[in-house]
Ligand binder design. Structure first.
Ligand code: NAD
Ligand code: ZN
Ligand code: ZN
Length: 344
């Protein structure tokens, strides 16, 4: 074993490659890329399946072509680029990847908004750039790795990088306060964690979720009111913020009807390509629609602290990476609750 590698890193590996023309397929001869100076190689320990993966494969959500998918990534550093020790990481460090993979030097990255770095499109891990549905991943910007606290196992860390990070970012953006009454639509992988996060901010939480088992989970997470559809006893204009983790026309319309004047609609879900809104209502009641993308590197540090302190306890199931295709079908058919993560 040399100073810059762990023993026996193979030259090829298995993984799931996405190609626009062929979909997602298991390959057994993907290259294990060699890190150049300034880069690192990560051995993937755990990688989560997000509903966005379904949007990419089946609904044409376009992040690029010809890349290994899997964007919720936790791993162990196994090789450093030649002669390079500038990242501050060492072999054996357990890290979580900040998926948006910002450049670090543009005005957005410098101002703690690296999730919307203009230079990073096409370089998001598992969405344009290679991701975690493989054994080893080349890290081209080590700045976008966060050390995982000792108390957080790699499966929880993987789920933290999106299923917790994304709702955390959205909830922070909406400036939730202890007096806020909020609506959450869709209590799945992201929405279930959103309930726990909104509780930390002290909000009063109403949930709409169509699946019975997920409604039971929402209750366990501490939501105040949980419905399959909102009852007529709740008047329109009741919620300061509406977080839509589905974001189809039907759920957006619910948000616009039930948000209060000056309130915020945050359509985090990517359930459809276009959504219409009632312009007169939007203007006359000064409603805000906020886009929310993944989360920043700072957000991920905070999220890992919250998971370490057990303030958020996500529901995470674990399977073997080769079982990924089965779980794609299960997710398509809405057959499990919480997050599934895979160990290669
Ligand atoms: P998921 O499948 O785990 O959860 C979706 C939940 O919504 C399920 O529990 C389902 O029963 C419920 N649901 C579906 N339709 C509903 C309806 N009409 N009314 C009420 N409940 C309904 O999905 P997920 O991984 O949590 O992702 C949620 C969405 O967020 C996806 O569209 C995904 O692409 C998107 N997403 C966006 C970002 C971002 O940065 N904006 C990041 C990650 C995921
Ligand atoms: Zn995602
Ligand atoms: Zn940048």
């Amino acid at each position: 074993m040399s100073a810059s590698t762990t023993s026996s890193i193979p030259s090829t590996q298995y993984g799931f490659l996405y190609e626009k023309s062929k979909g997602l397929n298991l390959k057994t001869d993907l290259p294990v890329k060699k890190p150049k100076t300034g880069e690192l190689l990560l051995k993937i320990d755990s990688v989560g399946l997000c509903h966005s993966d379904l949007h990419v494969i089946y609904e044409g959500l376009d992040c690029g072509d010809n890349y290994v998918m899997g964007h919720e990534i936790a791993g162990t550093i196994c090789e450093l680029g030649p002669g390079d020790n500038s990242s501050g990481f060492k072999i054996g460090d357990r890290v979580a990847a900040v998926g948006p993979n910002g450049c670090g030097s543009c005005k957005f990255c410098r101002d703690s908004m690296d999730n919307v770095c203009k230079k990073a499109f096409g370089d998001w891990y598992g969405l344009g750039n290679d991701g975690g549905y493989q054994e080893y991943l080349l890290i081209n910007k080590p700045r976008n790795l966060i050390k995982i606290p000792n108390g957080v196992n790699s499966n929880l860390a993987a789920a933290s990088t999106d299923a917790i990070l994304t709702p955390y970012h959205a909830i922070k953006m909406a400036n939730i306060k202890p007096t806020s009454k909020i609506l959450i639509i869709g209590a799945g992988g992201l929405g279930g964690n959103a309930i726990q996060i909104a509780k930390i901010f002290g909000a009063n939480i109403t949930v709409i979720e169509k699946k019975q088992k997920a409604r039971e989970e929402a209750k366990r997470y501490g939501a105040n009111e949980i419905y399959e559809t909102l009852p007529s006893t709740i008047p329109p204009g009741s919620f300061e913020s509406c977080f839509d983790f589905v974001s189809i026309q039907e759920t957006f319309d619910i948000c616009q009807k039930y948000v209060e004047p000056k309130g915020k609609i945050i359509p985090v879900g990517l359930g459809t390509k276009e959504i219409k809104f009632n312009l007169a209502d939007l203007d006359l009641r000064e409603i805000q629609i906020l886009g929310s993308f993944w989360g920043t590197s700072t957000d991920l540090e905070e999220v890992l602290e919250l998971v370490d302190s057990k303030a958020i306890i996500p529901k995470v199931q674990v399977a073997k990476l080769k079982e990924l295709p089965d779980y794609f079908e299960k997710l398509r058919n809405n057959q499990y609750e919480g997050r599934i993560v895979f160990n290669p």
